[in-house]
Design a protein around this ligand. Structure first.
Ligand code: ADP
Length: 598
C-alpha cells in the first residue's frame, strides 16, 4: 500500500521518535546498569570490609585463650571439677565481654571440656565436636574456620578454632593438647543488610547461600549440587540436616531478582559476597530517561509544529498579499481596458455629436428652406386670389370697353384697384420680416405708442361694436423702433377684436405697468380663449385658424420677432375669468442704462 504524501511525514517522524525512545531506553538501561553495578561494587566493598573486620577481630582470640593456665590445667586434669568450673566462668565472662556467641574448649578427641554456655540448657559441655571441620583443622595444628548451624543450639554461626599447645615458648613443645573454639554470630549482618533494596547474600565455597537479606534464599544453592558435595555437607552437619536445593527451584517471585550480580571474595573459606543489582531499579531509571526523552521530543515536536504553523500562516499571508497584488493588477488592467473602451466610445460619441450637430445645422437649413417654401406657398396662395380676380376684372373691363360700356368697365377697373391694394397690403406685411429697420433705434414712450395704435383702430372697434379700455398705470420708456412697436400693438389688438367678434360681450382691455425692470403690457379680451392645440403653434408663421383672405398667420410670428429684437418677450395664456391674455415684456430704459453702466 502506498502512503499518501501528507501521512508519510508523520509516520516517518513517529518511527524516528520510537527509535529514539528505544535507543534511549537501551542506553539508559545500560548506563543505569553500569552505574548501579559500580554503586553495588562500592556497597559490596563496604559490607566486605565490615565482615572481614569482624572475622579478623576474633581470629586471634582462641589462640590467646589457649595460653590461660586454667586451660592447660583443665586439659591436664579433666576431672578437676573446681578447675573446670573456674574455666567455665572465666570463658563465660570473656564471652560476655567480647560479645561472641560461645567460647568452648575441646580435648584432643573433640569432647567439650569447658564452655561459656555451661549453665544453659544447650550447654556444649560434654558434647563431641570431633566431626566438625574446624576441630579437625585445629587438632592438626592449623587454625580451623567453619560456618554452620550449631548441632546443639540450631543457631548458625562462624566457628574459629586454634590448637592449644603445651608451652608458649617459641621453640617449645609443638604437641597439640586440645582446641580452643569460639562461635561468632553473623546473622547481625543480615539485619543491617535489610535496609538495602538489593538482595545481598553470602555464599560458601560449595555455592550454598548461608546469609542473606532474602530469607527465602537461605540454605539454597546457586546451582544444583552434585552427590559428593551433598555428602560432604551431610557429613559435617554444616547446615544441620536441611536438604540443599537450588535457588532455581524456588517459586518464581522469590527467585525473580536472582540474575546479574556483583561479587567479592570474603574470608579464608572461599566465601563469596554477592549483591544483585535491582533490575527493577535499572528499568525504572531507564524508563525515567525514556520519559524525559519523550518529553523533550514532545516539546521539540510542539515547537516544530508551532514554527511550522507560524511559517504557514506567514506564507498564507504572503500568498494572500500576492493574491491581492495580482487582483489589484488585474483590476487595474481591466479598468485600463474599460477606460480605453470609454475613451473610444467618447470619441465616437463626440463624432456622433458632431455629426448630429452638422445634421441639425443642415436640418435647420432645410427647415428654413421648408419654411421659405411654406412661406412662398402661403404668399403665392394669398396673392393668387387677388391676381386671378384682377385678371377676371381686367378681362371684363376689356369686354365692357369693346362694347363701349364705360361705366361697367370703370367699375371693373375699380375692383382691380382694390385687389391690387390688398396685394400691396400682403407684401407690406412681409416687409415686417425684414429685420432691418429704416428708422433709427430710439427711446419710445410706450403710452404714446399705445395711444397711436388705439387711435388707428378706434373706427374698426366702433364698427364691430366692441369696447377698448386703455389703462396706463405707470409711464414706461423702452428702447426700439416706434413704428414696429405700434405694429405689434395693432396686431395684438386686431387679433383681440377678431376674437370678440362673435362673442356675447365684446370687451378688450390694455394695461401698462412696470414690473421687475420691465415694461409690461397686458392685452385681454372676452373672447373664447386659445384652445390647447392652437397654443402649441401660436407663434409659428403662417399658422392661422381664420378663413382664407382674413388672416395670413404671420401677425404673432412677426410681433414676437420684433419684441425679441427689443430684448423683450411675448407670451400668451388664457385668463382665469375667460378669454385670452397676451403679455408683452420689454426691458425698461433705466434697466438697460444700469446694465450698460455695469
Ligand atoms: P392671423 O391673425 O392672420 O390668423 P396671427 O399670427 O395674428 O395670424 O394669429 C394666429 C392665430 O392665433 C389666429 O388665427 C387665432 O387662431 C389665434 N389668435 C390670435 N389672437 C387671438 C385671440 N386674442 N384670441 C383667440 N385666438 C387668437
Amino acid at each position: 500500500m502506498k502512503l499518501k504524501k501528507p501521512l508519510l511525514l508523520p509516520v516517518l517522524a513517529l518511527i524516528a521518535a520510537l527509535a529514539v525512545l528505544v535507543t534511549t531506553y537501551v542506553m539508559a538501561a545500560r548506563k543505569a546498569s553500569n552505574d548501579i553495578s559500580e554503586a553495588s561494587e562500592r556497597q559490596l566493598q563496604i559490607i566486605a570490609l565490615d565482615l572481614e573486620s569482624v572475622l579478623q577481630k576474633f581470629e586471634t582470640l582462641p589462640f590467646a585463650l589457649g595460653f590461660q593456665s586454667d586451660v592447660l590445667q583443665a586439659l591436664a586434669h579433666p576431672d578437676d571439677r573446681q578447675n573446670i568450673q573456674n574455666l567455665n566462668q572465666a570463658l563465660q565472662l570473656i564471652q560476655r565481654q567480647s560479645k561472641v556467641v560461645a567460647i568452648f574448649m575441646l580435648d584432643r578427641s573433640g569432647m567439650t571440656l569447658a564452655s561459656s554456655n555451661w549453665d544453659s540448657s544447650t550447654s556444649f559441655v560434654g558434647r563431641d565436636f570431633g566431626f566438625r571441620p574446624y576441630f579437625r583443622e585445629a587438632i592438626k595444628g592449623n587454625p580451623g574456620r567453619f560456618y554452620g548451624i550449631g548441632n546443639t543450639t540450631n543457631i548458625p554461626g562462624y566457628f574459629l578454632a586454634q590448637p592449644i599447645y603445651a608451652s608458649a615458648a617459641e621453640h617449645g613443645d609443638k604437641t597439640v593438647l586440645g582446641v580452643m573454639a569460639i562461635k561468632i554470630d553473623l546473622t547481625e549482618f543480615e539485619h543491617t543488610w535489610r535496609s538495602s533494596e538489593e538482595p545481598i547474600t553470602l555464599v560458601d565455597s560449595s555455592g550454598v547461600v548461608f546469609l542473606s537479606n532474602r530469607p527465602a534464599w537461605k540454605y539454597h544453592s546457586l546451582y544444583s549440587l552434585d552427590g559428593q558435595v551433598q555428602q560432604n555437607l551431610a557429613g559435617t552437619h554444616q547446615y544441620a540436616d536441611q536438604a540443599i536445593t537450588p535457588v532455581s527451584s524456588l517459586p518464581k517471585p522469590q527467585r525473580a531478582e536472582f540474575g546479574q550480580h556483583v561479587t567479592r571474595n570474603i574470608g579464608r573459606l572461599g566465601w563469596q559476597l554477592m549483591l544483585f543489582p535491582s533490575q527493577a531499579r535499572i528499568a525504572r531509571i531507564a524508563l525515567l530517561w525514556t520519559m524525559a526523552a519523550a518529553l523533550l521530543l514532545a516539546i521539540a515536536a510542539i515547537s516544530l509544529w508551532a514554527v511550522y504553523q507560524r511559517r504557514r500562516r506567514l506564507e498564507e499571508r504572503l500568498t494572500s498579499a500576492e493574491y491581492l497584488d495580482r487582483t489589484i493588477a488585474q483590476r487595474t488592467q481591466e479598468l485600463m481596458v474599460a477606460n480605453h473602451t470609454l475613451e473610444a466610445k467618447y470619441a465616437k460619441l463626440q463624432e456622433t455629436e458632431h455629426l448630429l450637430r452638422s445634421t441639425q445645422n443642415k436640418l435647420i437649413q432645410a427647415g428654413k428652406l421648408a419654411m421659405l417654401g411654406q412661406m412662398a406657398a402661403g404668399i403665392a396662395h394669398e396673392l393668387n386670389q387677388p391676381l386671378a380676380a384682377i385678371r377676371a376684372f381686367a378681362d371684363n373691363a376689356i369686354t365692357f370697353l369693346s362694347r363701349e360700356q364705360r361705366d361697367k368697365a370703370a367699375e371693373n377697373l375699380g375692383h382691380i384697384s382694390n385687389a391690387s391694394a390688398r396685394m400691396g397690403k400682403i407684401v407690406g406685411q412681409l416687409n415686417g420680416f425684414s429685420r432691418k429697420s429704416h428708422e433709427a433705434v430710439a427711446v419710445i414712450d410706450l403710452s404714446k405708442s399705445i395711444e397711436a395704435a388705439a387711435l388707428l383702430l378706434s373706427n374698426e372697434f366702433q364698427t364691430h361694436g366692441a369696447s377698448l379700455r386703455i389703462d396706463i398705470r405707470e409711464e414706461a420708456q423702452v428702447v426700439g423702433d416706434s413704428v414696429r412697436t405700434e405694429q405689434v400693438l395693432i396686431n395684438l389688438l386686431r387679433n383681440a377684436l377678431d376674437a370678440v367678434d362673435n362673442a356675447g360681450q365684446k370687451n378688450v382691455s390694455l394695461e401698462l405697468e412696470r414690473d421687475a425692470g420691465d415694461a409690461v403690457i397686458r392685452i385681454r379680451d372676452s373672447g373664447p380663449g386659445i384652445p390647447a392645440q392652437v397654443a402649441l403653434h401660436l407663434f409659428e408663421p403662417f399658422f392661422t385658424t381664420k378663413p382664407s383672405g382674413k388672416g395670413l398667420g404671420l401677425g404673432l410670428a412677426i410681433s414676437s420677432s420684433i419684441v425679441q429684437a427689443m430684448n423683450g418677450r411675448l407670451t400668451a395664456n388664457n385668463h382665469s375669468e375667460g378669454g385670452a391674455e397676451f403679455v408683452l415684456r420689454i426691458p425698461l430704459l433705466e434697466t438697460l442704462d444700469k446694465t450698460m453702466e455695469a
